[in-house]
Design a protein around this ligand. Sequence first.
Ligand SMILES: Cc1cc2nc3c(=O)[nH]c(=O)nc-3n(C[C@H](O)[C@H](O)[C@H](O)COP(=O)(O)OP(=O)(O)OC[C@H]3O[C@@H](n4cnc5c(N)ncnc54)[C@H](O)[C@@H]3O)c2cc1C
Length: 363
Amino acid sequence: MGGGVIGLSCAYELQKRGHQAVVLEINRCGGQASGAAAGMLAPYSENVEGPDAFFHLCNESLRLYPEWVKEIKRVSGREFEYTESGSLYIAYHEADRLALEGRLLWQREHGSTGALLEGEELFAREPLLSREVKAALYTPEESHLYAPDYVMALEQACRLTGVQIEEQLVQLTVEEWRNDVVVKAQDGRSFNGDRLLVCSGAWAQELADVFGIRIPIYPIRGQICAYEAEVKPVQHMVFSNQGYLVAKENRTLVCGASEDVAGFDTTVTDKGIERLRKWNKQAFPFLAEQTPFHRWAGLRPSTQDGFPLLGRLSASDRVVMAAGHYRNGILLSPVTAKVAADYIERKKLPEAMEAFDPERFSI
Ligand SMILES: Cc1cc2nc3c(=O)[nH]c(=O)nc-3n(C[C@H](O)[C@H](O)[C@H](O)COP(=O)(O)OP(=O)(O)OC[C@H]3O[C@@H](n4cnc5c(N)ncnc54)[C@H](O)[C@@H]3O)c2cc1C
């Protein structure tokens, strides 16, 4: 259930392993969070606290990316931007610089070949960056892709390998999930299977009563905007604790993103975009003269502890959950596909995966 980046990646992987996957989507594939994402693949910049289970999952997914991208492009026959740009996490104050130094220490033990840059060395790498910036943590390993095209390529890879995709199903009801799997659509169609994989993002909580567990996944709206950019004005993904900027091959400069509690409302507000603009100008003064030409929003599926719900249900190993990827669902798509497919095939997974147990909130 669910045709976002997670559902499509899982369906593709399962089909590749010889199963018949069926994607049931109430709207259209990629029409929610996945199509709205900035496409950053940034486990180091997104995990600032330390190397916990979530960081390891993100980092494992980043490592899978180069091969995964090649495969999805080859199988789908579609091109999409995938750029190994590296990232800069910027700091304006001496105290923040110290925090970056601390982060660099543990990140170097976990695959980063990063460095702390300042002065001429920093501005040579990112010439238009504000001279107010005191230092930046450079992480060459981080990359990004163009999420809408990636999701379309995934959908095409699914279709060409024989995944059955059913869209616009309006409303779906899980009728049976313990001894068999039966999902009914409002139009009377019935879908039967051996396993049910729940990939319905911010909407997954709707199934809590069906399975009798707590599914604390909530929508967090991300408002995001893009500037037109004739020549590539920003060379890396540039992060701060206020937001991020990333230049795309299609000559846009994407800037995100707010984190609003607004239910399932995807309206873009002037206030939300103004906050981003204020931060953008501070990081790149040339943006003071410019106005974003495109604004949009999506609903990140956030969980109570920030970790996704990924694993089997104890009441029936026919049901596997893969939802709640919050800010990192694009990054996590390859690893989620492999882990979810392993659960579907009833393989034994490493103990570390227990951190993502979908029933951890139900105890
Ligand atoms: C502004 C913004 C920027 C982001 N930037 C990044 C980024 O740079 N890098 C990154 O890794 N991540 C990013 N994310 C997060 C990422 O987009 C999400 O984590 C990811 O898209 C979640 O994928 P999903 O498939 O679980 O959810 P979705 O893409 O929301 O897909 C869920 C699908 O399930 C469908 N559905 C709902 N209910 C049902 C039902 N009952 N039955 C069947 N289908 C159902 C929905 O219609 C939807 O299509 C960003 C998100 C936003 C909003």
